[in-house]
Design a protein around this ligand. Structure first.
Ligand SMILES: [Zn+2]
Length: 340
């Protein structure tokens, strides 16, 4: 034990004198960091707030969390009485924080959480913010249960609320990709396998996806079927005119050119890259192989339609904001979606 400790100290002291080969060995045996591994997790990057700093700065008490949430505008900084319109005071009543009208004879009380992301929950605000952190880290539900001590139902509910924020963000900020000079690959893929689920027959989910070459801008949306009547309006909605669109030879795509886009196809039963035009759809296929393991890992391939609907936006949201801190970005969007 002593010997190994000595070695560590010595190697620290002598670090500058190490040969290139020794340095390479040190790197080889250095602890693997999530930023350098190929991982399905999109968010764990160097910008991610450390849990230690979260607790130190934001969640060591409910009061600390309130100060932070007020600072970023996710909680009201002032409130007026709903009965007499007087400016309320921020007070503690029976151990919980609220706004109270100072006017004698009125004294009505407004919940601090009124109209906010947090209204209707029995959890303390610092507890909710910590659940947000575990969601941002892509911690599994069971890990979040273990870390927070809350029930599985509580964690599942709050994870759903965060995914709702992602889904709403895409409704508020519709994505259009491509344009003149841009190449967009499109494809549709089946998520989930046919199986009997408590006696019910479930047929998985068809998802339409498109990805812009060069920028990797991507969009995916669940579709009820693969008919031209379903797919063409979606292509028109998400892809800009003038785009060069590449697809397989699925018959629903045959009239894409009529949408003001040029269209190339690749016949997958013969080859993956068209030998004449060089057309291929390997970028979108690579994207499927990234999103599907994530969905499989979370056990949502065969989940109900309502729930499945929010997992795709979560993936897209994490992908879009992969260079941001997902925890802080989530609260930016909470604030945006709950104006106070
Ligand atoms: Zn009042």
């Amino acid at each position: 034990m002593c010997a190994s400790r000595r070695v560590t100290l010595r190697s620290h002291r002598d670090a500058r004198a190490l040969s290139q080969e020794e340095r390479a060995n040190m790197r080889r045996y250095a602890p693997i960091t999530l930023t350098t591994t190929r991982s399905n997790k999109l968010c764990l990057n160097s910008t991610m707030l450390k849990f230690r700093d979260l607790v130190l700065n934001y969640t060591n008490s409910e009061q600390a969390t309130i100060v932070w949430l007020k600072g970023i505008g996710a909680l009201k900084n002032s409130a007026n009485c709903s009965k007499c319109a007087s400016a309320c005071n921020f007070v503690i009543k029976k151990g919980s924080y609220c706004w109270r009208c100072p006017k004698s004879g009125c004294q009505s009380v407004i919940s601090m959480r009124d109209g906010s992301f947090f209204s209707g929950s029995h959890l303390k605000l610092n507890e909710i913010v910590e659940v947000s952190y575990w969601w941002a880290c892509e911690a599994s539900v069971s890990m979040a249960v273990q870390q927070t001590g809350h029930s599985t139902k509580t964690i599942v509910d709050w994870y759903n609320f965060h995914r709702d924020i992602c889904a709403q963000w895409f409704l508020d900020h519709p994505v259009q990709i491509g344009g003149v000079g841009k190449v967009v690959e499109i494809d549709e893929s089946k998520f989930g396998r046919r199986k009997y689920n408590r006696g019910r027959y479930r047929d998985g989910h068809w998802v339409f996806g498109d990805v812009e070459r060069g920028t990797n801008n991507v969009f995916m949306v669940e579709v009820p079927d693969r008919t031209a009547a379903t797919l063409l309006p979606i292509i028109q909605q998400y892809i800009l005119p003038g785009t060069t669109v590449i697809s397989d030879e699925w018959r629903s795509y045959s009239s894409i050119a009529s949408l003001g886009m040029s269209h190339q196809t690749v016949n997958h039963s013969i080859n993956f890259v068209d030998p004449t035009t060089g057309a291929h759809t390997q970028t979108i296929e690579g994207t499927w192989s990234q999103v599907k393991p994530m969905m499989r890992k979370r056990g949502v391939m065969n989940t109900s339609d309502d729930l499945f609907d929010t997992y795709l936006p979560e993936y897209l949201w994490r992908r879009k904001f992969k260079n941001d801190d997902p925890f802080l970005k989530m609260y930016e969007h909470v604030k945006e979606q709950y104006p106070l």
